[in-house]
Design a protein around this ligand. Structure first.
Ligand SMILES: Nc1ncnc2c1ncn2[C@@H]1O[C@H](COP(=O)(O)OP(=O)(O)O)[C@@H](O)[C@H]1O
Ligand SMILES: [Mg+2]
Length: 147
């Protein structure tokens, strides 16, 4: 099913809990990021966690400073175990990969700080605390977006 929806899937990060792919939507050629559990299937608790992340993302869809969540996909593997993933728009590279060796100029530093503050403002308006702000959780195209 996934292969019929997305092509050119490439794994960009894998951790104990989640694995991240970049891919392209077959229907509209949009570049997307797919986040799924690293284990071949997920527990009900993990399923709830992914779904919660997706719901929060959807609630924040209006914000131009927060990553856009596109869909939540839930399916079963051959043994009938649950699998799920969230699909987001591809927002480019993380801030972590963009830190210059000698640090940002004051101007860039302030620009990033201002964009980041706007993202946090939008999140806090919804009563949500991010709790894990760090360069790898911040992605940047033109504006700074929070993962
Ligand atoms: N929408 C996105 N656009 C571009 N890169 C992303 C996106 N979502 C995640 N990433 C990349 O994947 C990495 C891990 O994603 P993240 O959502 O932080 O996963 P986790 O919940 O496991 O921490 C990020 O550091 C970032 O580099
Ligand atoms: Mg992260």
């Amino acid at each position: 099913m996934l292969a019929s929806l997305y092509s050119e899937a490439e794994c960009i990060a894998t951790g104990r809990r989640t694995t991240i792919f970049k891919a392209k939507s077959v229907t509209d050629a949009q570049h997307v990021v797919i986040k799924m559990h690293t284990k071949p299937y997920c527990t009900p608790k993990e399923l709830a966690r992914f779904h919660k992340e997706y719901n929060i993302g959807r609630d924040l869809h209006h914000s131009s400073h927060v990553v856009k969540y596109l869909s939540f996909i839930q399916q079963k593997d051959r043994e009938g175990r649950p699998c799920c993933m969230v699909v987001m728009e591809d927002c480019g590279d993380s801030l972590q990969t963009k830190i210059p060796e000698r640090g940002f100029s004051v101007q860039n530093f302030l620009q990033i700080g201002i964009q980041l503050t706007k993202g946090l403002r939008d999140i806090h308006k919804y009563g949500i605390t991010h709790r894990d702000i760090k360069p790898s959780n911040i992605v940047c195209v033109n504006a700074i977006l929070i993962v």
